[in-house]
Design a protein around this ligand. Sequence first.
Ligand SMILES: Cc1ncc(COP(=O)(O)O)c(C=O)c1O
Length: 356
Amino acid sequence: MDFSYPKARPEVERLKAYSAPLEGRRGLLRLDFNENTIGPSPKVIEAIGAIPPDHFAIYPEYDGLREAVIANLALPLAPAQIGLFNGVDAAIHAIFHAYGDRGETLLTTSPTFGYYAPCAQMQGMVIEAIPYVLPDFAFPLEEVSAALVQKPRLLLICNPNNPTGTRLAPEAIVELAAAAPQTLVVIDELYEAFSGDSVLPLADFAATPNLVVLRSLAKTAGLAGLRMGFAIGAAPVIDRISRVTGPYDINSVAVTAAHAALADQAYTDAYVAEVQRARSWLVEQLAAAGVRHHCAGGNYLLIWPERPVSEVDAELRAAGILVRSMAGKPLIDGSLRVSIGTTEQMQQFWVAYSAL
Ligand SMILES: Cc1ncc(COP(=O)(O)O)c(C=O)c1O
């Protein structure tokens, strides 16, 4: 650029933003972002269609939504313990904004979801990322426990982990949080429905007010495009995280959709069950064909093709199927992450993959 422009904060000037390919995905079989592959409940579509015109003209209203989340979770929580965010991404951003100061440490694992690191970097935080343990990408529990002694500001655990699927027992999470009261322990449970490992039923936010759990309607209920995420924890912590967001960051269409989705848990449960069936089916095919793979929690698995991953990625795209290359990611370089949809969709994937 040949003119001078106002420089941002040094951390922002240095920042390598989290970027995902966000164009040209329509009409293809999208197995690249772990999205719901069939769309939300018909009741969500119906509710959106029934929005009266004046609702588009007024600022969104959030009353009743926290209560609906609690009813959906069927847990003894108070509305002030539920934070509403424009997707879990926005919740993660807000957590860093509210809690992460320059020079403080984010403790996390590696490889994991790609948005934690840029959020830490934009705050000027130091990142300590502990690798999963080979050969099965086990959770590095001893190393994480040992690192907590240094009192990092934040511990972020994705459970099950994206992209390795690694699962950490809820009991171990409660112990970590109890042992580290000066660290905000954030558990990203975006994919919890596919493994059933939630820490929420065990969590006592009065005893461990430093524990925060993240949930989203993106991947299970099929609302990724509408953006709706929740942070669940002790009321004062949820209050601090919510302070750094704008007053109307969640739009009213997303609010209507969320009410309808939360009220139709049977639809989401049926989708999750289908994904689990499809995951087992694909694992059987991979095992029978001798394809190196790794499948643990989540609606995704890793495959190591024998040919360069970029070629396989491109050829699958040409066949109308999107997957995510893990090139350059520690421990899993050379693999592809394949999201799991319905059995029929996985059959389509397997036919194309086998023909490469
Ligand atoms: C682990 C993890 N956390 C958070 C997100 C973002 O969730 P949302 O769509 O609710 O912002 C993703 C999306 O891929 C994810 O994989």
